[in-house]
Design a protein around this ligand. Structure first.
Ligand code: FE2
Ligand code: FE2
Length: 147
């Protein structure tokens, strides 16, 4: 049976380019968890965890800057998945190798759902906020020119 390798696809695109750039890196690191090289699993998981901390911090900061209403819920999903990754890391190190395989299978599903809900909502909110600020700025510039 041919194994289908998970990777970046158009379905993961949001309306916010900077977010998509970070997400492409996440997908690459996440897909790498499925490589069949148990001796390097922890290194690959560490790379995904390090990326995720920065990735989630950036989104948490965007939510704060834009007063995004469901920020608490989104932030909690980030915190929860970081906790799961840390726990799996700890247990794989103790010899529960199959948990690493489970994580490699589950993370793409988690990410697709997270993008479809939380990240897309945030991306659309930021695009609208940017458009609103730009239209207010243009209206103010027009007023100044008219004076
Ligand atoms: Fe994200
Ligand atoms: Fe997110």
């Amino acid at each position: 049976m041919t194994q289908v390798v998970w990777g970046w696809s158009e379905r993961l695109c949001t309306s916010y380019a900077a977010m998509d750039e970070t997400h492409q890196e996440f997908v690459m690191l996440c897909a790498a968890l499925s490589e069949n090289k148990p001796e390097t699993f922890l290194n690959r998981l560490d790379a995904l965890i390090a990326h995720s901390i920065t990735h989630f911090d950036q989104e948490n900061q965007w939510m704060e800057e834009n007063s995004f209403p469901p920020a608490g819920c989104h932030r909690r999903e980030h915190d929860a998945v970081l906790e799961v990754m840390a726990e799996v890391r700890r247990r794989v190190e103790l010899g529960e190798v199959d948990l690493g395989e489970r994580l490699a299978e589950e993370m793409p599903l988690w990410f697709e759902h997270h993008v479809d809900t939380m990240d897309n909502m945030l991306a659309q909110f930021m695009v609208k906020e940017t458009a609103l600020v730009e239209s207010e700025f243009n209206a103010e510039s027009a007023d100044l020119q008219a004076d």
